[in-house]
Design a protein around this ligand. Sequence first.
Ligand code: NDP
Length: 240
Amino acid sequence: MARVAVVTGGTRGIGEAISLALKEAGITVAANYAGNDEKAAAFTERTGIKAYKWDVGDFDACAAGVAQVEAELGPVDIVVNNAGITRDGTILKMTRDMWEDVIRINLGGCFNMAHAVFPGMRTRKWGRIVNIGSINGQAGQYGQVNYAAAKSGIHGFTKALAQEGARFGVTVNAIAPGYIDTDMVAAVPTDVLEKIVAKIPVGRLGQAHEIARAVAFLCAEEGGFVTGSTLSINGGQHMY
Ligand code: NDP
Protein backbone atom coordinates (compact mmCIF):
# COMPACT_ATOMS: atom_id res chain seq x y z
CA MET A 1 0.00 0.00 0.00
CA ALA A 2 1.20 3.53 -0.77
CA ARG A 3 2.75 5.52 2.05
CA VAL A 4 0.70 8.47 3.34
CA ALA A 5 2.22 11.93 3.83
CA VAL A 6 0.96 15.14 5.40
CA VAL A 7 2.61 18.29 4.07
CA THR A 8 1.76 21.30 6.24
CA GLY A 9 1.38 24.51 4.27
CA GLY A 10 1.29 22.13 1.33
CA THR A 11 -0.97 24.06 -1.03
CA ARG A 12 1.34 26.81 -2.29
CA GLY A 13 4.97 27.88 -2.53
CA ILE A 14 7.58 25.40 -1.37
CA GLY A 15 4.85 23.23 0.17
CA GLU A 16 3.05 22.81 -3.15
CA ALA A 17 6.29 21.67 -4.79
CA ILE A 18 6.84 19.20 -1.93
CA SER A 19 3.30 17.84 -2.21
CA LEU A 20 3.84 17.28 -5.94
CA ALA A 21 7.28 15.68 -5.54
CA LEU A 22 5.91 13.22 -2.98
CA LYS A 23 2.92 12.43 -5.18
CA GLU A 24 5.31 11.75 -8.08
CA ALA A 25 7.17 9.35 -5.79
CA GLY A 26 3.96 7.30 -5.46
CA ILE A 27 3.00 8.63 -2.02
CA THR A 28 -0.59 9.52 -1.11
CA VAL A 29 -0.45 13.16 -0.04
CA ALA A 30 -2.68 15.25 2.25
CA ALA A 31 -1.86 18.94 1.87
CA ASN A 32 -2.65 21.04 4.93
CA TYR A 33 -3.25 24.81 4.80
CA ALA A 34 -4.32 27.62 7.13
CA GLY A 35 -7.21 29.51 5.60
CA ASN A 36 -6.65 30.48 1.98
CA ASP A 37 -9.56 28.38 0.67
CA GLU A 38 -9.41 29.78 -2.85
CA LYS A 39 -5.74 28.87 -3.36
CA ALA A 40 -6.31 25.47 -1.75
CA ALA A 41 -9.24 24.70 -4.06
CA ALA A 42 -7.21 25.74 -7.12
CA PHE A 43 -4.32 23.56 -5.89
CA THR A 44 -6.60 20.51 -5.55
CA GLU A 45 -8.05 21.09 -9.00
CA ARG A 46 -4.55 21.42 -10.51
CA THR A 47 -2.94 18.48 -8.75
CA GLY A 48 -5.68 16.10 -7.63
CA ILE A 49 -4.25 16.28 -4.10
CA LYS A 50 -6.80 16.75 -1.30
CA ALA A 51 -6.35 19.82 0.92
CA TYR A 52 -7.13 19.87 4.66
CA LYS A 53 -7.59 23.07 6.64
CA TRP A 54 -6.28 23.43 10.17
CA ASP A 55 -3.94 25.72 12.12
CA VAL A 56 -0.66 23.93 12.85
CA GLY A 57 -0.16 26.27 15.79
CA ASP A 58 -3.18 24.68 17.51
CA PHE A 59 -2.28 21.45 19.32
CA ASP A 60 -5.80 19.98 19.33
CA ALA A 61 -6.43 20.96 15.71
CA CYS A 62 -3.29 19.03 14.65
CA ALA A 63 -4.45 15.92 16.52
CA ALA A 64 -7.91 16.19 14.92
CA GLY A 65 -6.44 16.91 11.46
CA VAL A 66 -4.15 13.88 11.60
CA ALA A 67 -7.06 11.72 12.81
CA GLN A 68 -9.16 12.89 9.85
CA VAL A 69 -6.38 12.17 7.35
CA GLU A 70 -5.81 8.72 8.89
CA ALA A 71 -9.53 7.91 8.72
CA GLU A 72 -9.67 8.92 5.04
CA LEU A 73 -6.26 7.89 3.68
CA GLY A 74 -4.66 5.51 6.21
CA PRO A 75 -1.89 5.78 8.81
CA VAL A 76 0.44 8.76 8.36
CA ASP A 77 4.00 7.59 7.58
CA ILE A 78 5.50 10.94 6.59
CA VAL A 79 5.12 14.49 7.89
CA VAL A 80 6.73 17.50 6.27
CA ASN A 81 6.54 20.44 8.66
CA ASN A 82 6.64 23.20 6.07
CA ALA A 83 3.96 25.68 7.24
CA GLY A 84 5.51 28.96 8.26
CA ILE A 85 4.89 32.69 8.55
CA THR A 86 6.94 35.84 8.98
CA ARG A 87 6.04 38.89 11.11
CA ASP A 88 9.14 41.01 10.66
CA GLY A 89 10.27 44.04 12.63
CA THR A 90 13.23 45.15 14.69
CA ILE A 91 12.93 44.27 18.35
CA LEU A 92 11.82 47.82 19.21
CA LYS A 93 8.88 47.49 16.84
CA MET A 94 8.12 43.84 17.46
CA THR A 95 5.03 43.30 19.55
CA ARG A 96 4.51 40.35 21.81
CA ASP A 97 1.88 39.06 19.36
CA MET A 98 4.37 39.16 16.47
CA TRP A 99 6.81 37.16 18.58
CA GLU A 100 4.24 34.65 19.80
CA ASP A 101 2.53 34.05 16.44
CA VAL A 102 5.81 33.17 14.75
CA ILE A 103 7.00 30.89 17.55
CA ARG A 104 3.57 29.24 17.89
CA ILE A 105 3.14 28.49 14.19
CA ASN A 106 6.68 27.88 12.94
CA LEU A 107 8.13 26.03 15.94
CA GLY A 108 5.01 24.98 17.86
CA GLY A 109 3.58 23.55 14.64
CA CYS A 110 6.50 21.08 14.41
CA PHE A 111 5.88 19.90 17.97
CA ASN A 112 2.10 19.66 17.51
CA MET A 113 2.39 17.61 14.32
CA ALA A 114 5.19 15.35 15.56
CA HIS A 115 3.26 14.72 18.77
CA ALA A 116 0.23 13.58 16.75
CA VAL A 117 2.09 11.17 14.44
CA PHE A 118 5.08 9.91 16.41
CA PRO A 119 3.29 7.18 18.45
CA GLY A 120 1.92 5.53 15.28
CA MET A 121 5.24 5.74 13.45
CA ARG A 122 7.02 4.24 16.45
CA THR A 123 4.55 1.36 16.69
CA ARG A 124 4.78 0.63 12.96
CA LYS A 125 8.58 1.04 13.08
CA TRP A 126 8.74 3.37 10.09
CA GLY A 127 8.43 7.11 9.79
CA ARG A 128 9.86 10.20 8.14
CA ILE A 129 9.64 13.70 9.59
CA VAL A 130 11.18 16.56 7.63
CA ASN A 131 11.17 20.05 9.14
CA ILE A 132 11.67 23.13 7.01
CA GLY A 133 14.05 25.46 8.82
CA SER A 134 15.80 28.44 7.25
CA ILE A 135 19.13 30.02 6.49
CA ASN A 136 17.94 32.77 8.83
CA GLY A 137 17.76 30.27 11.68
CA GLN A 138 21.40 29.41 11.02
CA ALA A 139 22.83 32.87 10.38
CA GLY A 140 20.28 35.23 11.96
CA GLN A 141 18.65 38.09 10.06
CA TYR A 142 18.12 41.74 10.92
CA GLY A 143 14.47 42.38 11.83
CA GLN A 144 13.66 38.71 12.43
CA VAL A 145 14.43 37.79 16.03
CA ASN A 146 11.13 35.86 16.16
CA TYR A 147 11.62 33.98 12.88
CA ALA A 148 15.32 33.29 13.45
CA ALA A 149 14.59 31.97 16.94
CA ALA A 150 11.78 29.73 15.69
CA LYS A 151 13.83 28.35 12.80
CA SER A 152 16.91 27.86 14.94
CA GLY A 153 14.65 26.03 17.39
CA ILE A 154 13.53 23.74 14.58
CA HIS A 155 17.11 22.70 13.99
CA GLY A 156 17.54 21.74 17.68
CA PHE A 157 14.12 20.04 17.75
CA THR A 158 15.17 17.95 14.75
CA LYS A 159 18.35 16.65 16.38
CA ALA A 160 16.59 15.81 19.66
CA LEU A 161 13.63 14.01 18.06
CA ALA A 162 15.99 12.15 15.70
CA GLN A 163 17.57 10.56 18.77
CA GLU A 164 14.15 9.42 20.01
CA GLY A 165 13.10 7.99 16.63
CA ALA A 166 16.27 6.28 15.46
CA ARG A 167 15.73 2.89 17.13
CA PHE A 168 12.20 2.74 15.76
CA GLY A 169 12.92 3.42 12.09
CA VAL A 170 11.71 7.02 12.37
CA THR A 171 14.10 9.51 10.78
CA VAL A 172 13.90 13.22 11.55
CA ASN A 173 15.74 15.75 9.39
CA ALA A 174 15.63 19.43 8.55
CA ILE A 175 16.19 21.42 5.40
CA ALA A 176 17.42 24.98 5.69
CA PRO A 177 16.46 26.78 2.49
CA GLY A 178 18.06 30.01 1.43
CA TYR A 179 15.94 32.54 -0.47
CA ILE A 180 13.36 30.74 -2.62
CA ASP A 181 11.10 32.41 -5.16
CA THR A 182 7.67 32.22 -3.42
CA ASP A 183 4.97 34.58 -2.07
CA MET A 184 6.96 34.86 1.18
CA VAL A 185 9.98 36.29 -0.64
CA ALA A 186 7.78 38.40 -2.93
CA ALA A 187 6.82 40.27 0.25
CA VAL A 188 10.44 41.40 0.75
CA PRO A 189 10.98 44.98 -0.58
CA THR A 190 12.72 44.97 -4.01
CA ASP A 191 15.76 46.96 -2.88
CA VAL A 192 16.31 44.58 0.05
CA LEU A 193 15.87 41.55 -2.23
CA GLU A 194 18.40 42.90 -4.74
CA LYS A 195 20.98 43.19 -1.96
CA ILE A 196 20.20 39.64 -0.84
CA VAL A 197 20.55 38.17 -4.36
CA ALA A 198 23.88 39.98 -4.74
CA LYS A 199 25.15 37.91 -1.80
CA ILE A 200 24.08 34.55 -3.25
CA PRO A 201 27.11 32.97 -4.97
CA VAL A 202 25.00 31.21 -7.64
CA GLY A 203 23.49 34.61 -8.46
CA ARG A 204 19.78 33.83 -8.26
CA LEU A 205 16.92 32.87 -5.98
CA GLY A 206 16.23 29.18 -5.48
CA GLN A 207 13.19 27.46 -6.95
CA ALA A 208 10.65 25.56 -4.86
CA HIS A 209 11.26 22.29 -6.71
CA GLU A 210 14.93 22.44 -5.70
CA ILE A 211 13.82 22.07 -2.07
CA ALA A 212 11.13 19.53 -2.92
CA ARG A 213 13.49 17.03 -4.57
CA ALA A 214 15.63 16.95 -1.42
CA VAL A 215 12.55 16.41 0.76
CA ALA A 216 11.49 13.52 -1.48
CA PHE A 217 14.89 11.88 -1.01
CA LEU A 218 14.73 12.22 2.78
CA CYS A 219 11.23 10.67 2.74
CA ALA A 220 12.20 7.74 0.52
CA GLU A 221 13.20 4.23 1.63
CA GLU A 222 16.82 5.08 0.61
CA GLY A 223 16.80 8.02 3.02
CA GLY A 224 16.69 5.67 6.01
CA PHE A 225 20.31 6.17 7.10
CA VAL A 226 20.02 9.97 7.17
CA THR A 227 18.73 11.27 10.48
CA GLY A 228 19.35 14.31 12.65
CA SER A 229 20.77 16.18 9.66
CA THR A 230 20.16 19.69 8.46
CA LEU A 231 20.65 20.08 4.72
CA SER A 232 21.41 23.65 3.63
CA ILE A 233 20.04 24.51 0.17
CA ASN A 234 20.95 28.13 -0.34
CA GLY A 235 23.03 28.66 -3.47
CA GLY A 236 26.18 28.88 -1.34
CA GLN A 237 24.95 31.92 0.61
CA HIS A 238 25.77 30.43 4.00
CA MET A 239 28.18 27.50 4.21
CA TYR A 240 27.33 25.99 7.55
P1 NDP B 1 4.28 30.71 1.59
O1 NDP B 1 3.98 31.94 2.40
O2 NDP B 1 4.35 30.80 0.11
O3 NDP B 1 3.21 29.56 1.97
C1 NDP B 1 2.98 29.27 3.32
C2 NDP B 1 2.09 28.06 3.45
O4 NDP B 1 1.95 27.79 4.86
C3 NDP B 1 0.69 28.27 2.92
O5 NDP B 1 0.19 27.05 2.40
C4 NDP B 1 -0.11 28.65 4.18
O6 NDP B 1 -1.51 28.35 4.10
C5 NDP B 1 0.57 27.76 5.20
N1 NDP B 1 0.39 28.21 6.57
C6 NDP B 1 0.73 29.41 7.11
N2 NDP B 1 0.36 29.44 8.41
C7 NDP B 1 -0.22 28.24 8.68
C8 NDP B 1 -0.85 27.68 9.82
N3 NDP B 1 -0.94 28.36 10.97
N4 NDP B 1 -1.37 26.43 9.74
C9 NDP B 1 -1.30 25.73 8.57
N5 NDP B 1 -0.72 26.21 7.45
C10 NDP B 1 -0.19 27.45 7.51
O7 NDP B 1 5.62 30.14 2.20
P2 NDP B 1 6.92 29.52 1.48
O8 NDP B 1 6.51 28.47 0.53
O9 NDP B 1 7.78 30.62 1.03
O10 NDP B 1 7.65 28.87 2.74
C11 NDP B 1 7.42 27.53 3.15
C12 NDP B 1 8.34 27.22 4.32
O11 NDP B 1 9.70 27.42 3.95
C13 NDP B 1 8.10 28.13 5.55
O12 NDP B 1 8.29 27.38 6.73
C14 NDP B 1 9.20 29.17 5.41
O13 NDP B 1 9.52 29.73 6.66
C15 NDP B 1 10.33 28.31 4.86
N6 NDP B 1 11.34 29.08 4.16
C16 NDP B 1 11.02 29.81 3.06
C17 NDP B 1 12.01 30.51 2.39
C18 NDP B 1 11.73 31.31 1.17
O14 NDP B 1 12.68 31.95 0.69
N7 NDP B 1 10.53 31.29 0.62
C19 NDP B 1 13.40 30.50 2.86
C20 NDP B 1 13.63 29.68 4.01
C21 NDP B 1 12.61 28.99 4.62
P3 NDP B 1 -2.55 29.41 3.39
O15 NDP B 1 -2.31 29.29 1.91
O16 NDP B 1 -3.89 28.92 3.82
O17 NDP B 1 -2.20 30.76 3.93
